[in-house]
Design a protein around this ligand. Sequence first.
Ligand code: 5AD
Ligand code: SF4
Length: 477
Amino acid sequence: MDKKLEKYLKPNLKEARMRKSDIEYKEFILDEKYKSLGEGKKYRIQTYGCQANEADSEIVAGILEKIGFTLAEDEVDADLILLNTCAIRENAENRIWGELGRLKIYKKDKPNLVLGVFGCMPQEERVVEKILDEYPYVSLVYGTHNFYKLPEYIYRLSEGEKRVIEAYSYEGSIIENLPKKREQTHKAWVHITHGCDEFCTYCIVPYTRGKERSRLKDDIIAEVKHLVERGYKEVTLLGQNVNAYGKDLEGDYTFSDLLLDLDKTGIERIRFTTSHPRDFDDKTIEVFRTSKHVMPYVHLPLQSGSNKVLKKMNRGYTKERYLEVIRKLKDARSDISITTDIIVAFPTETEEDFLETLEIVNEVGFEGAYTFIFSPREGTPAFSYENNITEKEAKNRLKRLNDLVNKGYLEGSKKFQDKTVKVLVDGFSKKKDGVLSGYSEHNKLVNFKGDESLIGKIVNVKITKPMTWFLIGEYVK
Ligand code: 5AD
Ligand code: SF4
């Protein structure tokens, strides 16, 4: 290991794979000496990647405000700039390197500005080494397991430590009662599990986010009840594989039990992401028939339509199993909207394998999909798989897939022509004055004219013009 790294607490992807620590459940406690650390100082957080990162940034903002920091309206005014990073694909990482290059300029006028990087990228030793070598002006680096220790790190910097670099290979505990500064006042993220134990061969997440661990059901239910009391209308339950909820806990309380309990809390809308086709059990499918508040929408990553490729990806299901889950979901709720994730050009994927993917996309009628070209991640098994697919061919497959997916988006939108849908209004759309936007029960983005008083409410909107990416409608009083 590089000498420079020795004095820091550094991660190691090989160790991260081992799942050796026991999980403790702890409460967040703020030491007296940290309580006014941020007084008179301003912060900015830039968040990249998935919803788990967005939820984590809300916690980090909550912690910072608890110790006296206030939000800087403009990054020029910030005394602390933190990047919450994503490691899932190479281009996600490249954006961060570019951003760090851009932010360097502020250090000139403000030498005391603290520039920090946290989240998934610092869980990779390669990243920490690169920051040490090439970004000397980045003084704070910490991972996904220890972001609650931020007050201590800021304290150490204020006491004169030049750089604080701390990322653990193994997962820490589950910390409850963390402060949160929620972005919205009507819909909220709620973590139900942390980490992932699936080890899909292409994916870095089980290494960067550690062992799969479920929050206790009473903590989750209490959090949702508290949100209801404060007027929240919607929760999105978060986990890398929500269907595995509870498997690491004692007893036989599983995801479907949690959904049914949350259905009784008074929350209007329940969503969840991400699901795993192997673990999506019949009891959970049944919830779509029986619950009042679970929304008719599922994001169910397919990844590939070829059994050979699925096996090489270690996904743990066949295309037949995937289609069975879809069929059962449609039986339970005929109007259900389904979206997915697909990777093209995974090592060994042939034209025939790819055509099988297109076939399933056609058959299922996805109403949306996130599509990606395979990106080799160092430390994962697929990184060293031989890959003869040229970039040109990979791009060609992505384009053909996207053309088909876009048709699905439009078909999904057209289903709502002349229908009145219920929209939870987020706010004014960025593009046009006087146009509100929000999401329907089927998770369609809906734009319509209306006034400020509707923000945060669930209102009826009649769809007049379905577009590929969103629906246009008229407010129905
Ligand atoms: N390359 C391309 N796509 C990936 N994903 C995860 N890892 C990789 C990778 N190495 C995609 C999967 C996953 C989504 C969040 O990102 O489709 O479902
Ligand atoms: Fe990655 Fe697979 Fe876990 Fe999803 S289920 S986070 S793709 S390892």
